[in-house]
Design a protein around this ligand. Structure first.
Ligand code: NAD
Ligand code: DAU
Length: 350
């Protein structure tokens, strides 16, 4: 049985990756390593927690001694690294956690894998999950390609860019068998409601104001989270060593158009008068250094590895709304306590 260590498996994307690997690869032992920060929620994995091939290990990637212990205990052949501080706004108010987890934590993991594998690279793989934000901000035209120069502009994206460089450095310097992917904005079930789509769903449900930064003209390229998980599966198994793959939805929306569509879907689902949720839209102070537009070219992934997304946004968005409406307990649990305090801090001055 092959052992695969997945970091950040209790988070949004990580939980979909863990579920996919546990269910699709019974011959793999999946070790989910997660510190359970505010964003880690084991409720996301209730359906697989008793599977024979699943193990949870609470560990912080900023702790190298603990990582050494975990690597020696399970001796993984593969690492899929998703653990990170992931919210841009939090990186603006508190960058240090991003430096610690995203940069130092990634180096700790690279070192733990390098020390365990000790030059025996055959059958080994370190897969680093990154973001399109490392490429910076696009104007109205153009796309991000794998060879687009890095130009990160927030502490979050700078920390992810730094970790990408370090992963490549371990490949070139030590020969560590690595692969990297850079993905656009994900949406779907289990998305923490500090991010735009789940935040808006939650606020519409409660008839509360929906905060839109600036004029709502910023553009993101949205991909359903299970399609990111399927891309991660493909890259992990078929991606070339040392290679980078861009993953995107080819699905650009301005924030304001997206929120208007969401309002329309929710009015219909909640039996509210057409146009009533749109009235909740409130324009607030813009995010500092707010990147205008992200858009990914995923031709390499599609043509070389045969990946295709399974859902259009018109299918995925209503499906996501249904999930939140059917999982009120999940939403209530994550929106209680510490998250509420954070929400006040984040929006008080806007
Ligand atoms: P998330 O914030 O929902 O989850 C992060 C997980 O990492 C949580 O379970 C958390 O407990 C864990 N974690 C955080 N710090 C840790 C530490 N020091 N040690 C161990 N575990 C720790 O994030 P997400 O949105 O699921 O993103 C996962 C990865 O995908 C990140 O690397 C992110 O940069 C990348 N990514 C995200 C998106 C997106 O749209 N969300 C898009 C592209 C790439
Ligand atoms: O592009 C990939 C990235 O997408 C990931 O690497 C990040 O981890 C992930 O958080 C996401 O970053 P964004 O900053 O694009 O996502 P967020 O949901 O925070 O914001 C989406 C857009 O909506 C962005 O233009 C800011 C805007 N926004 C966000 C919030 C939270 C608002 O207008 N109002 C809000 O309240």
């Amino acid at each position: 049985m092959k052992t695969i260590l997945i970091t950040g498996g209790a988070g949004f994307i990580g939980s979909h990756v863990v579920r996919r690997f546990v269910n699709n690869y019974p011959n793999y032992r999946i070790v989910n390593l997660d510190a359970l920060t505010y964003a880690g929620n084991l409720e996301n994995l209730k359906d697989v927690e008793t599977a024979d091939n699943y193990i949870f290990e609470q560990a912080d990637i900023t702790d190298p001694a603990k990582l050494k212990q975990v690597f020696e205990k399970y001796r993984p052949e593969g690492v899929v690294h998703l653990a990170a501080e992931s919210h841009v706004d939090r990186s603006i108010s508190g960058p240090m956690a991003f430096i610690q987890t995203n940069i130092l934590g990634t180096v700790n993991l690279l070192t733990a894998a390098k020390d365990l594998w000790n030059g025996n690279w055959e059958g080994k793989r370190f897969y680093h999950i990154s973001t399109d934000e490392v490429y910076g901000s696009l104007g109205e035209e153009g796309l991000f390609f794998e060879d687009t120069a890095y130009d990160p502009r927030s502490p979050y994206s700078a920390s992810k860019a730094s970790s990408d460089h370090l992963v490549r450095a371990y490949f070139h310097t030590y020969g560590l068998p690595i692969v990297i992917s850079n993905c656009s904005n994900n949406y779907g079930p289990n998305h923490f409601p500090e991010k735009l789509i789940p935040l808006a769903i939650h606020r519409i449900q409660n008839k509360e104001e929906i905060p839109i930064y600036g004029k709502g003209e910023n553009i993101r390229d949205w991909l359903f989270v299970e399609d990111h998980a399927s891309a991660i599966d493909v890259v992990f198994h078929k991606g070339g060593l040392g290679e980078t793959y861009n993953i995107g939805g080819n699905n650009e929306w301005t924030n304001i158009d997206l929120i208007k569509l969401l309002c329309k879907i929710m009015d219909e689902k909640l039996g509210r008068e057409a146009g009533s949720s749109e009235k909740l839209i409130t324009f607030v102070k813009d995010r500092a250094g707010h990147d205008l537009r992200y858009a990914i070219d995923s031709t390499k992934l599609k043509t070389e590895l045969g990946w295709e997304p399974s859902l259009t946004f018109e299918e995925g968005l209503p499906k996501t709304v249904d999930w939140y409406l059917n999982n009120e307990a999940w939403l209530n649990n994550v929106t209680s306590g510490a998250y509420q305090n954070y929400f006040k801090q984040q929006y008080q001055e806007r």
